[in-house]
Design a protein around this ligand. Structure first.
Ligand code: N01
Length: 537
């Protein structure tokens, strides 16, 4: 026991782990239902991924009016977004606005990490310890740990040797970083890397982009939102939120029901050209079968490769930037603002690591098979141990001391992404095996928290102390997840979506790719059967 460890546990009704958008809503919901709830958060304030990801150019590529809470009419009426796609400072300001408006911080303990959460079957409660030496006890533990919250460094020797400035996209310093006149290198060209490149390329003395796998990125075409638009939106928020719940992406943008080959070739070109000019995810949504029909996917990929060739002036650079060998959108599609144009700047250099791989990081830079690039600044935008990383980062033990990391040694298994067999009264928000990452995370979080609240209410009304999904129901959900996954082209790329970005991690497409609307229908069906897939005590 550490010096600071308190001897008597703090008794609660709910422990919520995380102060991102999922954790904030969970704390609010259960508090308003009259429960004694405490949220635990490692950062010193709310915001989750938007608290940590302060890198230059960080911006959400879901529309701001979509990527915001719908549960509170006051919040959505009082808050106004300034841009169609909000930048990180505005999203963080929004999270703080919500925390102020709903007085949430009093129910959180910040700068505190949960180090273990262990189910006590005799006492019918979770016992969590924190790195501050505190013990918390509560019948329910809500895991709002986020699908993208455990940063991953690249597996390259020599990281500790680098003597220049080293930054990580996922844990960016709060102070401003100056790039002027410096030789800057960046490793990673996923959503984070692309946003950093387009921003830092215009500021640095020289920028060297170490690209292994090129990503697909589409023009964002961001713009300010007019007062008239905001006023109109506020009148229609309730209907809009309802439409979002019926949408496969949990957003407002309609998804076409038209298969690619249902149109003659010239019309397909027109549709794609229009979507490219329109910007945002319109392009992804303009045909219904881009993730199931390989031939359609190939032709759409060719269209985008053509655009890259038109924008990037140097033919060798253009060729290296064109993704090949995996389907378009099988990697998280990015939205950019003049990303490809950045490579036309004389100070921006693409280092093609497929041609010459990175060998090591040295004291002074990055050495590839072609030689060393000296750098003043090195940035890692190398992603996350996603989906399961945060839940497995601490010691979670369920019934009979069973460890979550043992249960998930071959990959995550759960029911609706929320409940895990053998782990009573533990509810994940936006957990693995749900639609996290493929749909609007705030819409998912609201759905999951509301579902958890309905479950807790059901138990209270029936005088039940614990719930656990049956093995049979968990297996059935995983078979449903697999049935959708087996038809999706998403499984054909090596990405964090399938776990292949982390050495030793079990791989496979374990997310629910059937769309948020269908996921929600499954959640609703589980409720209307009186939670028949669960056993109760
Ligand atoms: O991470 P990533 P991210 N040598 O895993 C490269 C969300 N997000 O932080 O593919 C060389 O996508 C790796 O290369 P490769 C969004 O859901 C949203 O960018 O392994 N390169 C890849 O290029 C997104 O999908 C927003 O060959 C190495 C990159 O690092 C998710 O977060 C903004 C390497 C990692 O890309 C994660 O995005 C930001 C090595 N040894 C993030 N190791 C918006 O809303 C890794 N890489 C806009």
């Amino acid at each position: 026991m550490s010096d600071t460890q308190k001897t008597s546990p703090t008794r609660l009704d709910m422990i919520v782990v995380g102060a991102g958008f999922g954790g904030m809503y969970a704390v609010y919901k259960f508090r308003e239902m009259g429960y004694n709830v405490l949220g635990i958060e490692a950062g010193d304030n709310v915001g989750g991924v938007w608290y940590w990801n302060r890198y230059p150019g960080a911006r959400c590529d879901l529309m701001s009016v979509d990527y915001s809470y719908g549960f509170s009419e006051e919040v959505q009426q009082e808050w106004s977004w300034s841009e169609q796609f909000a930048a990180q400072p505005e999203i963080l300001a929004y999270a703080n606005f919500v925390a102020d408006r709903l007085d949430l911080r009093k129910n959180f303990r910040f700068e505190t990490r949960v180090t273990s959460a262990i189910w006590d079957d005799g006492a019918q409660l979770w016992r969590a310890t924190t790195d501050q030496g505190e013990v918390l006890e509560a019948p329910f533990c809500i895991m709002a740990t986020g699908p993208l919250s455990v940063p991953k460094d690249p597996d390259i020797p020599g990281i500790d040797r680098f003597k220049g400035e080293l930054y990580r996209a996922q844990k960016w310093p709060h102070e401003e970083v100056s790039f002027a006149g410096k030789r800057v290198g960046i490793i990673g060209t996923g959503s984070s890397g692309i946003q950093i490149v387009q921003e830092v390329g215009r500021k640095a003395g020289e920028l060297f982009v170490f690209q292994r796998t090129p990503s697909w990125t589409l023009p964002m075409r961001n713009h300010d939102l007019s007062d008239d638009y905001i006023a109109e939106m506020k009148k229609h928020y309730p209907a809009m939120r309802e439409a979002m719940r019926m949408n496969p992406t949990g957003g407002t943008r309609p998804i076409s029901t038209r298969p690619y080959f249902s149109l003659p070739p010239s019309q397909r070109q027109d549709v794609m050209e229009h979507a490219w000019q329109d910007g945002g995810h319109t392009f992804l949504a303009c045909f219904s079968d881009l993730l199931s029909n390989e031939e359609a996917n190939d032709q759409v990929a060719d269209f985008v490769r053509g655009k890259i060739g038109e924008i990037v002036e140097d033919p060798k650079t253009a060729e290296a930037l064109k993704p090949r060998g995996y389907p378009i959108f099988a990697r998280r599609p990015c939205l950019d603002t003049e990303y490809y144009e950045t490579y036309n700047l004389p100070n921006v250099h693409l280092v093609d690591c497929l041609e010459h791989g990175i060998v090591e990081i040295t004291e002074t830079g990055v050495r590839t098979e072609a030689g060393e690039t000296e750098l003043d600044v090195l940035i890692f935008a190398t992603g996350y141990d996603a989906l399961t990383g945060a839940l497995l980062a601490f010691d979670v033990r369920g019934r009979d001391g069973r460890r979550l990391k043992d249960k998930w040694k071959d990959g995550p298994r759960s029911y609706l992404g929320m409940l895990v067999e053998g782990f009573p009264n533990m509810i994940s928000i936006s957990g693995p095996n749900g639609p996290a990452a493929l749909a609007n995370l705030i819409t998912i979080a609201e759905n999951d928290v509301d579902w958890a609240a309905a479950l807790v209410t059901h138990m209270k009304e029936k005088g039940l102390t614990s719930c656990e999904v049956t093995q049979e129901a968990e297996d059935r959900w995983m078979a449903t997840v697999e049935a959708y996954a087996s038809k999706s082209l998403i499984r054909k790329a090596n990405t964090w979506w399938v776990g292949s970005n982390v050495k030793g991690k079990p791989t496979g497409l374990t997310m629910f790719v059937g769309g948020f609307n269908r996921y929600r229908e499954h959640c609703e069906a589980a409720k209307t059967t009186g939670f028949a897939d669960l056993s109760f005590e």
